[in-house]
Design a protein around this ligand. Structure first.
Ligand code: SAM
Length: 213
């Protein structure tokens, strides 16, 4: 496989950057990231960068995907809600780890393309097109919630959909840059841990940035 060497290099780089969760590394070594980028960009798919996927959106850096997934502490059968399906790559990594994946994307053509791709790869998941800033109450609660777009504040409706001990990883800040933040539910309390600064496209919706954008 012509991308195998690049994928191996990506895994080595992720380990050097501090990713330790072997299940995350195994999943990212298995999922063909080049199949989630736009035609003509396959050779850049394993580089440490975000790439355009159309509609002004991006597939996140490999390190961002690895860090967020590691922070979620995913194990088989955990119920994980992803907000911002985008290319479907993050969802594929979660499915590959054995999680039960629920994913929401606000841009219809992206949602459809990702769902077709994930299904063609044999992954099982549930997906929905719409504003995910308020979560997906139909299937709540979730053991993990991963928001792959930057929010102005922590949306309480999302955090209400966490199980006891559940973890939500979400970038919070301005539209220019955010702090990757982890919330862990403990009864009525939410423990908040700041992980590291990152930069994401905006979470657009009722509990995100202005819908007129
Ligand atoms: N996880 C994606 C992947 O693996 O390719 C990358 C996601 S991209 C950085 C962020 C995505 O969040 C975009 O596709 C964008 O349309 C979506 N998004 C933004 N606001 C949203 C909302 N309120 N509900 C659902 N999706 C949203």
């Amino acid at each position: 496989m012509i991308y195998a060497r690049k994928q191996k290099q990506m895994i080595t780089r992720l380990m050097e950057k501090g990713i330790k969760d072997t299940a995350v590394l195994k999943a990212m070594a298995a999922v063909p990231r080049h199949e989630f980028v736009q035609p003509g960009m396959e050779f850049q798919a394993y580089d440490e960068k975000a790439l355009p996927i159309g509609f002004d959106q991006t597939i996140s850096h490999p390190y961002t995907v690895a860090l967020m997934t590691q922070t979620l502490q995913v194990t088989p059968h955990k119920r994980i809600l992803e907000i911002g399906t985008g290319s479907g790559y993050q969802a594929a990594v979660l499915c590959s780890m054995g999680a039960r994946v629920f994913t929401v994307e606000r841009i219809g053509p992206l949602a459809r393309r990702a769902a077709e791709k994930l299904s063609a790869m044999g992954f099982r998941f549930l997906s929905r097109t719409g504003d995910g800033s308020m979560g997906w109450t139909t299937y709540a609660p979730y053991d993990g919630i991963i928001v792959t777009a930057g929010a102005p504040v922590s949306p309480t409706s999302l955090l209400d959909q966490l199980t006891e001990g559940g973890r939500c990883v979400i970038p919070i800040g301005s539209e220019e840059g955010q702090m990757l933040t982890l919330f862990i539910r403990a009864g009525d309390e939410l423990k908040k841990i700041e992980i590291e600064p990152l930069s994401f496209v905006p979470l657009i919706g009722k509990d995100g940035w202005n819908t007129s954008k």
